[in-house]
Unconditional design. Structure first.
Length: 245
């Protein structure tokens, strides 16, 4: 069996590429996060399909920033109907409802996650946020996105509306290991590399806030002694402010 090793080597290579080529963008995103939190603004994360897992990645977890607002919409996730989520993510105008429901405002930050960056809802969300004065951070696969046409009426893709672009450095189609017998690739990398990028951004944010004289609010593990008390204080402070808490 050499395919497991091939996959892990592919992922390791991608992480090396991220270290070589994405640190500047990661640092810019970290600074945008820090600026938002230092000035009482909000950080939103939005993705559809499997990308919604990366919107969840930074939310309410041990060692994670407290003031993170994921945008959860069941029709765009997988647990309700995976096939329908693909249909919904291509609908024009769907993003406007979400934008309004979450009261996204000028000078907030939104991270929009889409490997292809071509579907209507994510591009719509980026355009709405950009036009409304938010800082737009795209987490996408530029290799894939630039090889495909847009499905948005503007003809543009996610990265073209972004102030900061985080490239997950994956291959076209995301799946990274070829299996001759079935004639196609398997084993995607975008979730693993995307999670690494977002946690690097969070680490940079915490570092920047400390340098600026702020005390970052970070959840503890509830499975270590004293962790529940730390987290309960944050929950009491933010449960009426951050949806899903």
């Amino acid at each position: 069996m050499n395919k497991p090793l091939e996959y892990l080597e592919n992922l390791s290579r991608i992480l090396d590429e991220i270290k070589k080529h994405q640190l500047e963008s990661i640092e810019k995103a970290s600074a945008a996060f820090a600026d938002a939190l230092e000035n009482g603004r909000r950080i939103f994360l939005f993705g559809t399909g499997h990308s919604h897992m990366l919107a969840e990645e930074l939310f309410y977890r041990a060692g994670g920033l407290v003031c993170i607002q994921p945008i959860f919409e069941e029709d765009l996730m997988l647990h309700k109907s995976a096939s329908k989520s693909t249909e919904f993510e291509r609908l024009d105008g769907y993003a406007q409802k979400l934008f309004n429901d979450y009261s996204m405002n000028e000078n907030d930050v939104v991270v929009i996650i889409s490997n292809s960056g071509r579907n209507g809802v994510c591009v719509d969300m980026a355009q709405l946020a950009k036009d409304s004065g938010l800082t737009v951070i795209a987490l996408t696969n530029l290799n894939h996105s630039k090889s495909m046409s847009s499905r948005h009426p503007s003809g543009k893709k996610l990265y073209e509306f972004a102030d900061i672009v985080l490239d997950n450095m994956g291959c076209i189609g995301d799946a990274s290991v070829y299996f001759e017998k079935i004639g196609r690739n398997a084993s995607p990398t975008s979730t693993s590399s995307g999670a690494a990028i977002l946690n690097a951004v969070a680490a940079g944010c915490i570092e920047k806030m400390i340098e600026d004289g702020f005390t970052p609010e970070v959840f503890s593990s509830s499975n270590v002694d004293g962790g529940d008390a730390v987290n309960e204080a944050y929950l009491s402070k933010y449960k009426d402010i951050i949806k899903s808490l």
